[in-house]
Design a protein around this ligand. Structure first.
Ligand code: GLU
Length: 417
């Protein structure tokens, strides 16, 4: 629940409802798009290291496959809920459509805390999850990938388990794999790099000099740490504050994002980094910076803090960081938001490249991946910006208008409606 009492999926549905009205969607099409096509609820028994068997609850939501196989990550999180996975699966549908890749949307999750599990326990859980859902996934059915607290190693175990069950090597069933197993060059930082390309486009539109810009990053996982590193090293932007689930650090003269990451790897958090002062997540969100990158979980920017945000631009690398009420406040205050399923679509776009390379069994150089990613992200950004300027709506509504129209076009062409 966000602080306005809406669940993530209710937010996703409310966003769709707004756009359905603007697009004069046929009520039948709207009804199909409001709910997932299929949901799998599974129980995964895992032998723990102490000899006990623990049964974990897992989900896979297959939201819509009008444009191609379902696609989306798998989260391992102690507070996972089916509601969040539904919302994330819906957002994957719009994400794949807005960057125009031939996939539908899905998402998976297991309620667990991998931080408190051994490597062997995480491996058995990863394999058990695939044992439970393997008949419903596949390179032309549903292609999972990493998400919160899952990584290339987890993808490797899952791909291996699926390949064993199928009796043949099947790298294209899952993306975000290690390079030695058919992963793509450039997939590791693709979410952040894709976000960077949209920030560059937005800065051109807003006339912001990124080499002089100050940046705060909320969340220092894969997307957050990489956006800090890339913005600093490629654009010369100054990273003045970063945070994680334990708190944040800031330094008005700029942080060295690589050093902060090393500190986090050694100590488990960015807090108490020696060349900075600690600050709270709330203070980070409200600090006087040019660009704010929420890169953690859902519902970070809410009605209670939106009016205090001083950034000119928000680049949403997380999924669902802003509530609808907060969105209105930001729009009224003239804060330019690059909405989540556009800003963070670089990950799945590179996943698409990985899938293409797996199917062709021919691998691209990193430079080629970057160029193709840049082209896709810049085009998606410009499509959304044009819609936003033409219709005089926020970038989020514009992104929905572009994405939903593409999904509807595919549904109609298939004769579903
Ligand atoms: N989990 C990432 C996302 O939310 C990537 C999904 C994928 O690569 O399929 O976009």
């Amino acid at each position: 629940m966000d602080n306005e009492g809406l669940s993530s999926f209710e937010i996703a549905q409310a966003q769709l409802d707004t756009v359905a009205e603007m697009l004069h969607l046929d009520p039948g099409i709207h009804a199909i798009l409001r709910v997932p096509m299929r949901e799998l609820h599974v129980s995964i028994p895992v032998s723990m290291d102490n000899g006990e068997v623990k049964v974990f609850e897992g989900f896979r939501v297959q939201y819509n496959n009008a444009r191609g196989p379902f696609k989306g990550g798998i989260r391992f999180h102690p507070e996972e809920t089916i509601d969040t996975i539904r919302a994330l699966a819906a957002w994957m549908t719009w994400k794949c459509a807005v960057v125009d890749i031939p996939f539908g949307g899905g998402k998976g999750g297991v309620i667990c805390n991998p931080k408190e599990m051994s490597n062997c326990e995480v491996e058995r859980l990863s394999r058990g999850y695939i044992d439970a859902i393997w008949e419903f996934i596949g390179p032309d059915r549903d292609i999972p990938a990493p998400d919160v607290y899952t990584n290339p190693q987890v993808m490797a175990w899952m791909m291996d388990e699926y390949s064993k069950l199928k009796g043949c090597s099947s790298p294209a069933v899952i993306t975000g794999k290690p390079l030695c197993l058919g992963g793509s060059a450039g997939r590791g930082d693709a979410t952040a790099r894709g976000g960077l390309y949209t920030i560059v486009e937005a800065a051109k539109h807003l006339n912001i000099d990124l080499s002089a810009a100050t940046v705060a990053v909320e969340g220092y996982g894969n997307a957050g740490s990489n956006i800090a590193i890339l913005m600093n090293s490629i654009l010369g932007s100054k990273i003045v504050a970063v945070s994680d689930s334990k708190g944040g650090v800031h330094n008005v003269h700029g942080l060295d994002p690589d050093k902060v990451l090393r500190h986090k790897m050694e100590t488990g958090s960015v807090i108490n980094y020696s060349e900075a002062e600690n600050l709270s997540n709330e203070e980070l969100l409200e600090s006087a910076i040019d660009i704010l990158c929420p890169a953690a979980l859902e519902n970070t920017i809410t009605q209670s803090n939106a009016s205090k945000i001083r950034a000119k631009m928000i680049a949403e690398l997380a999924n669902g960081p802003t509530t609808p009420e907060a969105d209105e406040v930001l729009y009224d205050n003239g804060v330019f938001v690059i909405p989540d399923f556009l800003c963070n679509a670089g990950g799945v776009t590179c996943s698409y490249f990985e899938w293409v390379q797996n199917i062709h069994n021919y691998y691209w150089e990193e430079e080629e991946v970057h160029q193709r990613l840049n082209k896709k992200m810049a085009k998606a950004f410009q499509d959304v910006l044009s819609e936003s300027l033409e219709r005089k709506v926020s970038m989020r509504i514009a992104a929905y208008l572009v994405a939903v129209a593409r999904v509807v076009e595919a549904m109609k062409a298939r004769g579903w409606v």
